[in-house]
Every structure is written in C-alpha cells, then in structure tokens.
Design a protein around this ligand. Structure first.
Ligand code: ATP
Length: 503
C-alpha cells in the first residue's frame, strides 16, 4: 500500500541506501544514486546473480560489453523502428501519460470499486453471501469486470500502430466506467521512441549518431561468435552480462522501479532450434528457484505468461513480484528464436552460425533469454525486508530483514563502554573479521540504541565486547531477526557469521 511504499522510500534515504540524483539541484527525474549501503546491497545482489548464473554453470560465461555500440546494431535489433511506448496527453491538465499504464491504472481503480461493492454486499447478506454469484448477477459490477477483461486482453504486451486509435477510445470508455476519472479531453495516442541519442566525434559534419544502449542483450548477440569460438563453447551454452541500460521512459514513477538509467542482469542461452520449449520451461523453473532461494516468501511471486508476443518471441513469461504497489514484473524470460542473430547476419553481412560437430551441420542457434532489472530486484528485496515489529514490552522496532547474504554490513562490533580497554578489543575483532566480511564499528549511544540502529540498517549480527571479554575472550552475539543473544568465543565468530551469510 501507499503508506508502506512511502516508508520504504524514506527509509532508503535515511539509512544511506538510495538518494535522488543531484539532490542539491532539486534532483533529476527518475534518476537515482546508490549511497554507501545501497551500493553494497546492489553489489551483493549482482554477485548473487553472477554466482548462480556464471560460476555455478559450466556452460555459461560472462562478458562486459560497452554501452556504446555501432548504430546499425539498433536498426538490426528493431529498436530504431519499434522500441517505443504509446504516449497520450491530457489537454486540460497538460499531463503526459503512457497510454497502457493509464489504462492499467483505470483498471485497478475499477477493480477496487468492485471490491468495495462486494464488501458492502458481504456486510448486507452476511454468511449467506456468495461472491461469485454476486459478481455474475449484479449488472453494475459485471459491466466493469467485462470492460476490464476486454481491455486487458487487447492491450497485451506491446501495442501495434493500428491499436493506437483503439487505445484512445478505450481510455475514454474507461473514464465513463470509472467515476474517479477526470476530464475527457485527450490528444491522439503517439508512439514515442525510448532510446537516448548522443554523438561520437569532434566535428559536427563527421560526428556519428549513437544511442545509449536500451538493453544489454545486443552486446551479447554481436559477440556471440567471438565468445563461442574463443571459449570453444558447445551448444547449449549461455553468455551472461550485467550493466547499465538507458530508456527515456515517458512517465517514470515508483522510485527505482522505473528509472531512466538502470542496470540489467541478462543471460542469453544459445540452443538448437526445436529445443526451445524444453529450455523455456527449464529457465522458468531455474530462475524461480533462484528467487525462492532468498527466502522472501513464495506467495510474493507469480508467473505471468504473455498471450500477445513481441515480434521476436515465440514464448514469454514474466516473474512478477509483490511490490508495495502490487504484483509487477521483476524479470522476463523470453524465447527469442533466431530473430536477433538472423537480423545481425542480415545487417552486418557476416555469418553468425554454429557448426554442430555431433550432427555435422551448421545452423543459426535459437536463444532463450532471462532478463532481470538489478534496481527492480533491489526494490523487491528492500521493500520486502522492511518491517515494523511489535515487541513484548509494547514498543515497536523497525527491522530491515534483508537476506543475510545480501546485507551490506554483516556484523557490527560494539564495546559496551567506550573505555576500560573495551574499544581496543572491539577494534581488534573488526581488524580480524574485515578480511572476510564487511563489518562496522560503533561506540556511541547505549547498546540498546546501537542494536536498533543496526536492526534498521539490516545488519544480521551485533557483537558486544564487555568486561567479561577481558577475562575469558568471549563476546555476546545478537541475532537481528530473533534478537537472541549468545555468549561465544571470539575465535568462533568467523564460522558463526559465515554459516549465515555464505551461500
Ligand atoms: P516494463 O514493461 O516494466 O517497462 P519491459 O518489459 O520493457 O519492462 P524488458 O525490456 O523485458 O522490460 O527488460 C527486462 C527487465 O529490465 C525488466 O523485467 C525490469 O526488471 C528491468 N527494467 C526495464 N525497464 C526498466 C526501467 N526503466 N527501470 C528499471 N528497470 C527496468
């Protein structure tokens, strides 16, 4: 809900996770900076992905292609002609909308209205109330439901040019169904290309028009044969990469969910034509397992299979996550056929074929793609972790229950008091542990306060050095989630922390 989302945004700022870009100049819309803790969390998510995708797979290698690419790349990939979103302006409010997002918003409002009607009826009819029956017999509600269904079906995943007039009509129709809507004075729907352009070269005459890449995938396709040959890779094999991508999003909302500069983690898996169904299922399952391994709750994920497919795909699904504003796409899994390699063959004039020694034949491989936004994953992890807990004494505590493997700081080490030689012992522990983990030292405030601060920061362990430590080399280790405290030997700390934070 909205309140929870506001808390997420302000917590991310207060604890040094995410800042608005160029804040002193009032910020830049839909561009964000990762602060001291955010950079660590982001790096840990990236590493967790890289480890699972590259290190753990004998047949997947990683590359790091440049952001700038030859401009023909984007003609071949279809981005110059077709990488656009439908845009609509409201003539009265002068506000600009992405038409498909606007429709979705209306649908949500209408759905909320249906829910309300159902609740009212529930109250009125008590236990005898049958929701399904009510929805199917109550004309008013059914009217809305049917509209939503038709509209969502027609919108599908990507809009064709001929759909644009229809979309405008749909928006106007929805406004009638949705009493919360404002005016009915819209411009026509236009397609707006999302690529950022720039120039390479010093003089105006010779400068070359370039684009900032809107996805990392094309850097993999154009390197496909070089990597395959130098790596002596046999199909099936994958190429993975993480890196920045840029999109001039029409309306960027929802914090780091939709940014103009963001990072992707993509993997292209090259397979024999005809095996794509099997591999599509394989990667759906493998990617979902990766998500579930973080322990963020099975109920927070679902697949959304695409009915209407992009021109390059023969199957596609999204892994959706329950963000504070509802279930939304977190990752896409696409069966891209040989579309991309064939296009690059055509535009470059170079063969991009694979010779299969076993079958003694050459072919253009098919591709299965997994594509996840690093920033979106950050938002999923961060928003899911932020909880307010009622304590036994009636107080509440704010805890950031980040998966330990992703937490920016793994342990904070405190001297109980900033005297009597306790800081020296605590600092010695920091010196020893920092070879293996990112750790922090704190001596200000009461230990209780320091615990709360580390809880809110997501630190899985707090370690306190007290006067007994000087006698017996033991410390108190406190667990963030259970708040359990144990007395352990200093020499065992590394293993205890490792057991929790290593994968
Ligand atoms: P959406 O429908 O939300 O615009 P998309 O379907 O265009 O996303 P893809 O092109 O499939 O997204 O990109 C793959 C992944 O990259 C998405 O699942 C998402 O996690 C991430 N992503 C895409 N656009 C953005 C953005 N503007 N900001 C942050 N992450 C993004």
């Amino acid at each position: 809900n909205e309140d929870q989302f506001k808390k997420v945004i302000s917590h991310a700022k207060e604890y040094g996770y995410v800042f608005q870009s160029s804040e002193i100049y009032d910020g830049l819309s839909a561009v964000y900076d990762y602060a001291q803790n955010g950079a660590e969390l982001k790096k840990n998510i990236r590493d967790y992905w890289w480890k699972a995708m590259v290190q753990m797979h004998d047949n997947i290698v990683g590359i790091d292609a440049a952001i700038f690419m030859h401009p023909t790349t984007w003609k071949a990939s279809g981005h110059v002609d077709a990488f656009s979103d439908p845009l609509i302006d409201n003539k009265d409010s002068k506000k600009r909308y992405r038409a498909d997002v606007l429709v979705e918003d209306y649908c949500l409002k209408i759905e909320a209205k249906i829910e309300k009607e159902v609740k009212k009826a529930e109250k009125r009819f008590g236990e005898s109330f049958n929701k399904e029956e009510f929805i199917s017999t109550n004309g008013r509600v059914v009217g809305y439901q049917e509209k939503i269904d038709t509209i969502l079906k027609r919108l599908g995943q990507s809009l064709e040019k001929e759909d644009l007039a229809d979309v405008k009509a749909l928006i106007e129709e929805l406004e009638i169904a949705c009493p919360v809507a404002g005016s009915r004075n819209w411009t026509d729907v236009k397609q707006f290309n999302l690529m950022f352009g720039t120039k390479l070269g010093a003089s105006a005459e010779t400068a070359m028009d370039l684009y900032l890449r809107p996805e990392t995938a094309q850097g993999i396709f154009v390197n496909f044969l070089n990597v395959q040959k130098t790596g002596r890779l046999k199909i099936p094999f994958g190429i993975a990469q993480t890196g920045k991508a840029f999109r001039n999003e029409i309306v960027a909302r929802q914090f780091i969910f939709r940014m103009r500069e963001f990072e992707q983690m993509e993997m292209q898996f090259f397979i024999k034509p005809g095996t794509q169904k099997k591999w599509f299922e394989h990667w759906k399952e493998t990617r979902m397992k990766w998500h579930l391994s973080l322990g963020m709750g099975e109920e927070n994920y679902r697949f959304h299979d695409h009915e209407k497919l992009a021109h390059y795909a023969d199957a596609a699904t999204d892994i959706e996550f329950k963000f504070p504003f509802g279930f939304k796409e977190l990752e896409g899994i696409h069966s891209r056929t040989d579309f991309d390699l064939k296009q690059h063959e055509e535009f470059s004039g170079k063969k991009l074929q694979y010779f299969d020694h076993e079958d003694n034949e050459s072919y253009t491989p098919y591709v299965l793609e997994t594509s996840i936004g690093l920033d979106r994953m950050f938002l999923a992890v961060f928003s899911n972790a932020l909880v307010e807990e009622e304590l036994e004494d009636g107080k509440t505590r704010t805890v950031l229950k980040l998966p330990a493997v992703l937490a920016p700081v793994k342990a904070a080490i405190f001297p109980l008091l900033a005297k009597d030689g306790l800081p020296e012992v605590a600092k010695k522990i920091v010196e020893d542990l920092k070879w293996d983990f990112n750790v922090a030292y704190e001596e200000k405030d009461t230990v209780g306060r320091r615990y709360r601060r580390q809880d809110a920061n997501g630190t899985p362990f707090c370690i306190t050095v007290d006067h007994d430590t000087l006698e017996d080399n033991t410390v108190t280790i406190r667990h963030r989630d259970t708040m359990d405290q144990k007395r352990v030997k200093i020499e065992d700390l590394k293993e205890i922390i490792k057991a929790e934070v290593d994968v």
